[in-house]
Design a protein around this ligand. Structure first.
Ligand SMILES: Cc1cc2nc3c(=O)[nH]c(=O)nc-3n(C[C@H](O)[C@H](O)[C@H](O)COP(=O)(O)OP(=O)(O)OC[C@H]3O[C@@H](n4cnc5c(N)ncnc54)[C@H](O)[C@@H]3O)c2cc1C
Length: 426
């Protein structure tokens, strides 16, 4: 086993990994890329129709875009090792590669993307590549004369149905829901295409075959039907290729990052689909590659906080109606109180912002204060601020809460009062 050093190691050579490598190299960093598949490009090879939403490019095929990206990276002398799986160790920032190397980089960039989800039907993995596919590739003519069944109701499934309908002997679209989740521009052409048979509220319950998949059983309510096929395309969405030790994820397995692409583990950044459930797009993947490189160059991959890490969230200009005052004429008037709040939470092992995302949202902060104002009568805004700070501190398990309340003057306009209260744990 040989041991080498490199400043940045990128895991995955899809759009995000190649963009991170391009940016790192162009900023003078030493960078190596590892790709477990036999070729780089990741999902760029799976996009069947010309892409029309990469800013700056009118219409481009996924494979052509990959070739350009790869050429750009290679022009800067970046080694892209294909067919090599790379694994980050749990305790040290060391990467083991399936070709027997161990690398000790300063920074690791996770650009491992997503995998296609399986149906979870018995024996499914047996048919992979033998009648069962997750993607049709970019040449639909190879499905000429074949009976194709597509499972799914999102963009991916409907895009495949649309692409294969002119070529295949038959296309059946099986979806467990009653409506498609695909965007309207995908839905409309599929609904209008009489070559596509649509089965809604239907699930694949079993598979049959010999050396390749020959048929599936489809359950629709109480009925079960056998459908003979040549190709089953399972397009039921992605799952993140995460599971890296010490790197925190959300409940679905997407890596949590802050705005500098830092994960919860020191020295480990993440870019692209593996950390972007909200916007898994090429523009996101490429942009995040640039952010990651800038983060490395600025030396910001190490946390600078001493002691426990703290997250701060400000809720500003939260306006709520209230009747405040010691005198009846004051209480007869509904006033608008303006709240400015600051929460401090222990970030613990999570990256800053993670702890806030898990615990505090604006709606629940507003609801708590609204309930408080409805429950009891307040003579003074000082008491409102005091009670609100004490309740919010314990409700959100915060280290500290600062509440500033401003109220317009009553009865004289312009004579406003503003008070600030801080409550701290311990
Ligand atoms: C059918 C389809 C249509 C799409 N249409 C559009 C569109 O119109 N516009 C748009 O903007 N986006 C579109 N997308 C999404 C876009 O392709 C993705 O957002 C983008 O390609 C994600 O790039 P990535 O590098 O993050 O991940 P991926 O492309 O998934 O690349 C990750 C790579 O990492 C490798 N890898 C994983 N683990 C390891 C490991 N341990 N070691 C080494 N290598 C590893 C994988 O093999 C893979 O090659 C589409 C996607 C699909 C599937």
């Amino acid at each position: 086993m040989t041991e080498t050093t490199a400043s940045v190691v990128v895991l995955g050579a899809g759009a995000a990994g190649l963009s991170a490598a391009l940016w790192c190299a162009s900023l003078g960093l030493r960078v190596e890329v590892f790709e477990e598949r036999a070729h780089s490009g990741g999902q760029l090879h799976e996009i069947p129709l010309p892409i029309e939403n990469v800013p700056g490019l009118l219409r481009v095929s996924g494979t052509a875009l990959h070739e350009t990206l790869r050429a750009q990276v290679e022009a800067l002398g970046v080694p892209v090792h294909v067919g090599v799986r790379a694994t980050l160790r749990a305790r040290t920032l060391s990467v083991d590669t399936s070709d027997g190397r161990t690398i000790h980089p300063d920074v690791v960039v996770l650009a491992t993307g997503v995998r296609r989800r399986a149906l979870g039907v018995d024996g499914e993995s047996r048919w992979h590549g033998r009648g069962l596919l997750h993607n049709a590739g970019s040449d639909p003519s190879r499905f000429a004369g074949q009976r194709v069944v597509i499972v799914g109701g999102g963009d991916d499934a409907l895009e495949h149905a649309r692409m294969l309908a002119p070529h295949a002997a038959s296309v059946t679209l099986v979806h467990r829901g009653r409506t498609y989740s695909a965007r309207e521009s995908m839905r409309a052409p599929v609904l209008a295409d009489t070559r596509i048979e649509r089965r809604m509220g239907a699930v694949v319950s079993a598979m049959e075959g010999d050396d390749r998949l020959r048929a599936i059983l489809i359950r629709e309510g109480e009925r079960e039907a056998r459908v003979a096929l040549d190709v089953l395309l399972v397009c039921i969405g992605p799952e993140p290729a995460s599971g890296v030790p010490g790197v925190s994820t959300d409940a679905r397995g997407y890596v949590r990052v802050d705005r500098l692409q830092r994960t919860s583990r020191e020295g480990v950044l993440a870019v692209g689909d593996v950390c972007s459930p909200e916007a898994p797009t090429l523009a996101t993947a490429m942009g995040q590659g640039a952010i990651a490189a800038k983060t490395v160059v600025a030396g910001l991959t190490r946390w600078t906080h001493e002691g426990p890490r703290i997250d701060r969230l400000r809720v500003q200009n939260l306006t709520l109606p209230a009747r405040i005052g010691a005198y009846e004429y004051e209480r007869a008037i509904t006033q608008t109180l303006v709240f400015d709040l600051t929460f401090e939470l222990d970030a613990g092992e999570a990256a800053p912002t993670d702890s806030l995302l898990r615990t505090i949202d604006y709606a629940s902060v507003a609801a708590r204060i609204e309930a408080l104002l409805g429950e009891q009568h307040f003579n003074l805004v000082e008491t409102v601020a005091d009670v609100a700070a004490t309740q919010l501190l314990s409700h959100f398990g915060a280290r500290a809460v600062t509440v500033r309340v401003t109220k317009p003057g009553v009865p004289r306009e312009g004579a406003s009062a503003s008070v600030e209260v801080e409550r701290r744990r311990g």
